[in-house]
Design a protein around this ligand. Structure first.
Ligand code: HEM
Length: 398
């Protein structure tokens, strides 16, 4: 991570023009925490409709066909978010606490049984998917498909996940697929299958809410349903997975903080927040200026892109003491890993914190020592701070 470069930008030009080059259009890089909060809150001046997770603009047709909650502005966004919001509140998520803890405990026991293993495949990639299956009402035997789909769509810049079969799909078809990837069609099929079932027999799960929910006085179209479904699968899976992996790597390389966690007395949610800050699983999200406007000391012209670097804001010295240090009981810790302020604040934040806290609690209870058994293998992506493989040796408590 270019933390020194970010620190230099925060000091000298917190809203800096980045030319990009190579025929790509440039963008404003916003690196200071306070400016990011301003952009996040002001959906009137800074719109999400042109795309959020990529540095490049999609054309109007692509935007419309691929649009999810992430790429909507109020009031359309408010209506759509309301369909699932009640299933992600702290109260709703608290009900999953015991089952998430027991799943985390089982996965950690499996890692202990192996001694040395890839902690991504044994722990971090499995807990988020199993939790998502539960909250969304997806049969757990589809877990491996879900991991494959989200690896494919998020990791499409990484040679390990690049699928030559994708190139065989005509570019014109790919252009209009969510994430530009045909794996999305397989996810759509599963979503549609479940929707038919839930319309007959709705349950208390997210797919039922999507299948029966209404926005603007009408049911969701097939496209809206499918995009929402896939977005939840991807958003809830990758980010949490990589945060857990970064947390494990941080504890393995900061033995003092590990001892303090093990000694007890640290709230596992406080520890989870430091893991979230440290990991900052989403490097950036983007907006487009709707009018000529000022941000900090610069003038941004209408239709220019504005990129919020959470990776930088989470190390902003004005908001965090010694931000380059991993401090397991950091307080205060108003990290910005889920965004901050504004209507797009992460819908799954409570679910993610619950899972990370559960891993930390069960780790401290069951594991005496954890050590890196090799270097973490990072995902090639300019958007997600991912770890593909993480060899760790786990030693049991007794
Ligand atoms: C460590 C885990 C996570 C991180 C770091 C994370 C990060 C983020 C960020 C930065 C945004 C803001 C995007 C913006 O401002 O445009 C966001 C939005 C969102 N996240 Fe998360 N997320 C995590 C886990 C989850 C989970 C578990 C779910 C649900 C299953 C989820 C669902 C969503 C959704 C639906 C949105 C869009 C909200 C909206 O536009 O109204 N996320 N997330």
């Amino acid at each position: 991570m270019p933390h020194e470069e970010f620190a230099r930008l925060r000091r000298s030009s917190p809203v800096a023009w980045n030319d990009r080059g190579g025929g790509h259009e440039g963008f404003w890089a916003v690196t200071a925490y306070d400016d990011i909060v301003v952009v996040s809150r002001d959906t009137g001046r800074f719109s999400s409709r042109k795309g959020v997770i990529s540095l490049d603009d999609l054309d109007d047709e692509q935007c419309d066909v691929r649009r999810t909650l992430l790429e909507m502005d109020p009031p359309q966004h408010t209506d759509m978010r309301r369909i699932t919001a009640r299933l992600f509140t702290p109260k709703a998520v608290r009900k999953l606490r015991e089952s998430v803890r027991s799943t985390a405990a089982g996965l950690i026991d499996e890692a202990l049984g192996r001694g040395t293993c890839d902690a991504v495949s044994v722990i971090s990639e499995r807990l988020p998917i199993l939790t998502l299956c539960q909250i969304m009402g997806i049969p757990p035997d589809r877990r491996d498909d879900m991991i494959r789909w989200s690896d494919a769509v998020i990791g499409s810049d990484d040679p390990e996940f690049r699928d030559p079969a994708v190139e065989a799909v005509p570019a014109e078809l790919r252009r209009l697929l969510p994430f530009g990837h045909p794996a999305s069609l397989e996810a759509f099929d599963l979503g549609r299958e479940l929707a038919v079932e839930r319309r007959h027999r709705p349950g208390a799960d997210v797919v039922s809410a999507l299948a029966t929910g209404r926005a603007g006085g009408r049911e969701l179209t097939d496209r809206e349903f499918c995009n929402y479904f896939l977005m939840l699968v991807v958003a809830g899976n990758e980010t949490t997975r990589h945060s857990i992996s970064h947390g494990l790597a941080a504890l393995a390389t900061h033995p003092g903080e590990w001892r303090r966690l093990r000694a007890g007395g640290i709230d596992s949610y406080v520890a989870a927040d430091e893991v979230l800050r440290w990991a900052t699983a989403v490097h950036f999200v983007r907006r487009v200026a709707t009018e000529d406007t000022r941000l900090g000391s610069v003038t941004i012209r209408a239709s220019e892109r504005v990129v919020m670097y959470y990776a930088s804001a989470n190390r902003d010295e004005k908001h965090f003491d010694e931000p380059q240090h991993f401090v397991i009981d950091r307080s205060p810790n108003n990290h910005i890993a889920f965004g901050r302020g504004g209507p797009h604040f992460c819908l799954g934040s409570h679910l993610a914190r619950l899972q990370i806290a559960a891993v930390l609690e069960e780790l401290a209870r069951r594991v005496r020592r954890l050590e890196l058994a090799g270097p973490p293998d990072r995902l090639r992506s300019n958007h997600i701070n991912g770890i593909k493989h993480l060899p760790i040796t786990f030693v049991a408590d007794r």
